[in-house]
Design a protein around this ligand. Structure first.
Ligand SMILES: Nc1ncnc2c1ncn2[C@@H]1O[C@H](COP(=O)(O)OP(=O)(O)OP(=O)(O)O)[C@@H](O)[C@H]1O
Ligand SMILES: [Mg+2]
Length: 310
């Protein structure tokens, strides 16, 4: 890819906190105007990567570039090109949303802070609440205001660190909508999440971070088999029936728990596959059934198993 078309590039990034190595050689590139989603469980190192890219933290080795500028050696230049949401979390609670936006606009010496503030309030559906003190805002409104503030200086790249964690389903959907709208304006989005479905819905590229490395990277389409995979858990009345089910489903990916009398079967998540399984076991005493969507842990497990079998 041409250098000028790359918004973010990371090569051989390592980071230790004391004796523990959190990043063990991370590599990726993000084309301008795309949505990149870094997926990883709690403590995987997502925020650490964001903090290195946004010049808040120095890596032990490797390179992190923002629009061609080295985040370690040219931090001031790098900073002109991105914005990190949450960085204005220290908004003045007593000021209104509009006043906060104007204050940030002045801080950045933009041309017309009031006009920009009104434009952003409109864009994020905050016009009606523009004159309320931020202390009276709900969690969802605060996130919207936070993103609006990040856009004041028209950054090329915006970092959103777990933008939907802690939001209720309604606000979560709203945040997805905001991300989609942001992409229309050509901005590059770097987003982290612990949720597979979120990554699948929003990202052009998904990178899965596990044990300090990117273990898988690709389009949601390319990772689909991992993402839509789920397991069907069946609860049996007797050990004999559990044994019969295991026999009949031989060849599928199974794991049985003989004490709990449960059988977990990996499926592609489609109803057809589930229906087929149920059909084959219809004469057995299944007392309960549940379908579990694939978690990040399942995906890692699948990846690790696949690699071990290669
Ligand atoms: N300042 C620090 N000093 C020591 N250890 C740290 C520090 N910051 C983070 N860590 C550790 O590094 C690991 C990665 O942390 P990081 O915050 O980057 O993970 P994360 O993927 O953002 O997790 P989460 O999903 O919980 O936000 C964790 O084990 C964390 O405890
Ligand atoms: Mg984090």
């Amino acid at each position: 890819m041409n250098e000028r078309e790359i918004a973010v590039s990371v090569r051989g990034l390592t980071k230790n906190y004391g004796k523990s190595q959190v990043l063990k050689g991370v590599d990726f590139e993000i084309p301008k105007g795309s949505v990149f989603c870094l997926l990883g469980s709690n403590g995987a190192g997502k925020t650490t990567i964001i903090h290195i890219l946004t010049t808040r933290l120095k890596p032990n080795a490797g390179e992190a570039r923002i629009c061609g500028y080295d985040a370690v050696k040219q931090p001031a230049k790098a900073r002109r090109h991105f914005s990190l949401t949450g960085q204005y979390a220290a908004v003045d609670e007593l000021l209104t949303a509009r006043e906060n936006l104007i204050m940030i606009g002045r801080l950045f010496h933009i041309q017309n802070p009031k006009q920009k503030a009104d434009e952003l309030l409109r864009r994020f559906g905050l016009t009606a609440d523009a004159h309320k003190a931020v202390s009276a805002y709900s969690g969802g409104m605060r996130r919207r205001l936070d993103i609006a503030m990040s856009l004041t200086a028209d950054p090329e790249i915006i970092f959103l660190d777990e933008p939907t964690t802690g939001l209720d389903p309604q606000n979560r959907l709203e945040m997805w909508q905001i991300v989609r709208e942001l992409t229309k304006s050509g901005i590059t989005i770097f987003l982290t999440t612990q949720y597979l479905d979120e990554a699948e819905r929003l990202a052009d590229t998904i990178a899965i971070l596990n044990d300090g490395k990117i273990v898988k990277q690709g389009t949601p389409e390319g990772l689909k088999s991992l993402i839509v995979g789920s397991s069907l858990v069946l609860y049996f009345e007797t050990a004999a029936d559990l044994a019969k089910a295991k026999e009949r489903l031989d060849g599928s990916s199974l794991s049985a728990d003989n004490d709990a009398l449960t059988l977990s079967i990996t499926t592609d998540g489609r109803m057809k596959a589930v229906a087929e399984i149920i059909d084959r076991l219809s004469d057995l005493s299944v007392t309960q059934m549940e379908q579990k969507r694939a978690s990040i842990e399942d995906v890692f497990l699948q990846l690790v198993t696949k690699e071990a079998n290669q």
